[in-house]
Design a protein around this ligand. Structure first.
Ligand code: ADP
Length: 164
């Protein structure tokens, strides 16, 4: 039987409840979900790629068919090398649509890799990592926006920087 293996790509800086909702739903529909953090050395975020991977592993530990990794370069090459049949993405609002549509069409054109869109849970449709980082940096409460271990990681990171 063919394994239905999909990827959930992103920067996950850090993983939010919105990401986790998509990952959980994708895990119900497919045999294997690979959550992959794009490693872009030019982009410095709040967390290193290794820290993002550790947080993702922690918050998906209860999902046996989910694994976490990283990718560099073209996502479709990663997909080709690992027998991934589709990319799963969350769509929050119409504003996501134009960019995602372009990426999906290009990825199909490059490697015939399909993209499957899942509509965001309305509870999280306003949620993006950059906003969560900003709220935390200004001392706001992010406990309803990220899983508890991520909140603790964020507090530790801000304390380390002297912003806690
Ligand atoms: P962000 O936009 O939060 O920085 P990423 O680049 O890490 O997120 O996003 C990875 C994927 O997760 C994208 O497909 C994005 O649409 C999806 N995603 C991000 N936030 C949410 C959310 N709140 N609800 C549903 N999908 C989301």
């Amino acid at each position: 039987m063919r394994v239905r293996r999909v990827v959930c790509p992103g920067s996950f800086d850090p993983v939010t409840n919105g990401h986790l909702d998509i990952i959980r739903r994708a895990a119900k529909l497919h045999d294997e979900v690979l959550v992959v953090v794009g490693a872009n050395p030019a982009k410095h975020g709040m967390f290193t790629v290794d820290e993002r991977v550790t947080m993702l592993e922690e918050v998906t530990a209860d999902l046996p068919n989910v694994s976490v990794g990283t990718f560099r370069g073209l996502l479709v090459e990663y997909c080709r090398a690992r027998g991934v049949s589709a990319i799963v993405k969350g769509l929050r609002a119409v504003s996501d649509f134009e960019y995602e549509m372009e990426m999906a069409q290009m990825n199909y054109r490059l490697a015939e890799v399909e993209t499957l869109f899942m509509t965001a849970n309305p509870l999280y449709s306003f949620l993006r990592s950059s906003l969560v980082r900003e709220i935390a940096e200004y001392g706001g409460n992010v406990s309803s926006l990220v899983p508890p271990p991520v909140e603790a990681w964020m507090q530790a990171k801000l304390a380390e920087r002297g912003q806690g």
